[in-house]
Design a protein around this ligand. Structure first.
Ligand code: IMP
Length: 181
């Protein structure tokens, strides 16, 4: 089993690239059937979604647009706690069918913030498509409608996902080796 060391942590191959590609093929089929003729706007969430977005849209032979945003998170000056803002969204969303592309949905807090921001622009619809989803960690009620691969609640890297900046370029998905087990 191939392993890799990133900073202080060891990871082992969990899902080979061929399986990741097969899961994205299937997801592309779902999205093609749902959005054909609707000119969807795909919104990739950087940094992690660059890989998923590229692999997904090259499989979608329908009319569509793609853009990217970043989520900036900071503490508000009032008692509202954490405030999130979407940076880089220049497209008009009103009346559009929007599909958010996430590398991974874990607790769902990020998806919640993105959804709240996007809905302010009155799109016709918003759905979430995720390369990876951890159902056991998920704490929100927003449906994650389109998922390539469901995984257990382990920390993973590769295919766009990082550990402190490293590992995004690894093909396939690697899972952390729990050295204390
Ligand atoms: P959430 O807001 O808890 O759903 O987390 C979403 C973000 O946390 C993702 O976009 C990732 O940046 C990061 N994240 C969550 N789980 C992992 C993981 O297993 N590996 C790498 N990053 C992760």
């Amino acid at each position: 089993m191939p392993t890799v060391r990133l900073h202080d942590k060891e990871f082992e191959l969990f899902i080979p690239e061929s399986e990741v590609h097969a899961a994205i093929d299937k997801l592309a089929g779902e999205l093609r059937a749902k959005y054909q003729g609707k000119r969807p706007l795909f919104v990739g969430v950087l940094n992690g979604a660059f890989y998923f977005a590229a692999e997904l849209v090259k499989r979608l032979d329908i009319e569509c647009e793609i853009t990217f945003v970043k989520v900036a998170s900071y503490h508000g000056t009032r008692s509202t706690g954490r405030v999130s803002e979407l940076i880089g969204l220049n497209e008009k969303l009103e009346g559009r069918h929007v599909v958010v592309l996430e590398d991974i949905v874990d607790t769902g807090n990020t998806v919640r913030h993105i959804m709240d921001s996007l809905l302010e622009h009155h799109p016709a619809s918003v759905s979430i498509a995720a390369l990876l989803f951890k159902p056991d960690a998920y704490k929100q009620d927003i449906p994650i409608e389109h998922v390539a691969v469901r995984i257990p609640n382990d920390f993973v890297v590769g295919s766009g996902l990082d550990h402190d900046g490293l590992g995004r370029n690894l093909p396939g998905i690697y899972r952390i080796i729990n050295t204390h087990a």
